[in-house]
Design a protein around this ligand. Structure first.
Ligand code: PMP
Length: 323
């Protein structure tokens, strides 16, 4: 779908996967004016195909568009774009295990000019790609690397938007994490470098032995994860005490060491919930990668995936039928 000031959003089409044509002076190539989303479709036992909270993704895309000085795509068009792809691609949505169809909606500024200003033209695309289970060999705890020398977001920056630039900033620390045998980076707040924010692509939760579940409050530089929000709701439904607040890195380290914190997990659309077994950084490591995943972590993961795959009632009306 294309956007310009005169016509608004227009020219929607579904076409086979293939290269895009871009003017070499397109704003996206020079100033990173690009935003995206990640969302999945799930096949239920009766063959129907559903997606999870698409309005939330559509609204987040609009917030990202505002921050990046791009046009807002109407939420109905966002949902319709997923529906249109499933209409031609439904055989790709496997109903087996944790298979799904992953959508990557994205918007780029494609006006061609070389001065620095917000572009007046944009294009919105959605890639649909079949996705296998995130954990092929069963859900297993991962190691996380604490980045103290890099940030992914700045005060007043684009941290709360889902834009390519945030991920560009996190690639080098991510490489460093891999080199240390870790699968993701943990970033601290960009002001004091003291409070935990999120991983490169997931939000973080701590589970206290007394049952309280804690996650960093939205700081303006954290992505408002839809999985995060859904887990907060499921935890509240269970009568668990839930806190969204500042969490210092020392609280994590000391809580895990003393045993007061019994589980740590990360969450996002791709993996749903990943248990975090170990936190490592320059000169320290806490947690035990070989300990089994925690009970709260695994039961929240099961409940959320059961809702997504239609095995449990959808009591919050989170699912939207695509076919
Ligand atoms: N934080 C970041 C930086 C992410 O890239 C993601 C994945 N979109 C998340 C958190 C989790 O968000 P969601 O639950 O909406 O997938």
């Amino acid at each position: 779908i294309e956007y310009d000031k005169e016509q608004g959003w227009h020219g929607a089409e579904v076409r086979p996967y293939g290269p895009l044509q871009l003017d070499p002076a397109a704003a996206v190539l020079h100033y990173g004016q690009e935003i995206f989303e990640g969302i999945k479709a799930y096949r239920h036992a009766d063959g129907s195909i559903w997606t999870f909270r698409p309005e939330a993704n559509g609204k987040r895309l609009q917030r990202s568009a505002n921050r990046l000085a791009m046009p807002e795509l109407p939420v109905e068009l966002f949902v319709e774009s997923l529906r249109q792809l499933v209409a031609v691609d439904h055989e790709w949505v496997s109903g087996v295990g944790e298979n799904s169809l992953y959508f990557r909606p994205f918007m780029i500024a494609n006006e061609a000019f070389l001065g620095v200003r917000a572009a007046q033209k944009a294009a919105y695309y959605v890639i649909a790609s079949p996705a296998g289970p995130y954990f092929a060999k069963g859900v297993a705890p991962v190691s996380i690397w604490l980045s103290t020398d890099y940030a992914r977001a700045a005060k007043g920056g684009t941290g709360a938007a889902k834009c390519g630039g945030n991920y560009a900033a996190s690639l080098l620390p991510q490489q460093k994490a891999y080199a240390q045998g870790c699968s993701q980076v943990l970033f601290l707040d960009p002001v004091e470098g003291k409070y935990i924010e999120e991983l490169g692509g997931m939000n973080v939760f701590l589970v206290y032995k007394n049952g309280t579940i804690v996650t960093p409050a939205l700081s303006g530089s954290i992505l408002e994860g839809i999985t995060r929000e859904s887990i907060l709701q499921l935890a509240r439904d269970r009568g668990l005490k839930v806190e969204e607040r500042k969490i210092s890195i020392d609280e994590w380290k000391q809580g895990v060491t003393s045993g007061e914190i019994s589980e740590v997990f990360a969450c996002g659309t791709a993996a749903v919930i990943t248990p975090i077994g170990e936190l490592k950084g320059e000169g320290f490591s806490v947690g035990d990668l070989n300990a089994p995943a925690g009970e709260v972590t695994m039961s929240l993961r099961k409940e959320l995936t059961d809702i997504q795959y239609g095995r449990l009632p959808d009591r919050h009306n989170w699912l939207v039928k695509l076919r």
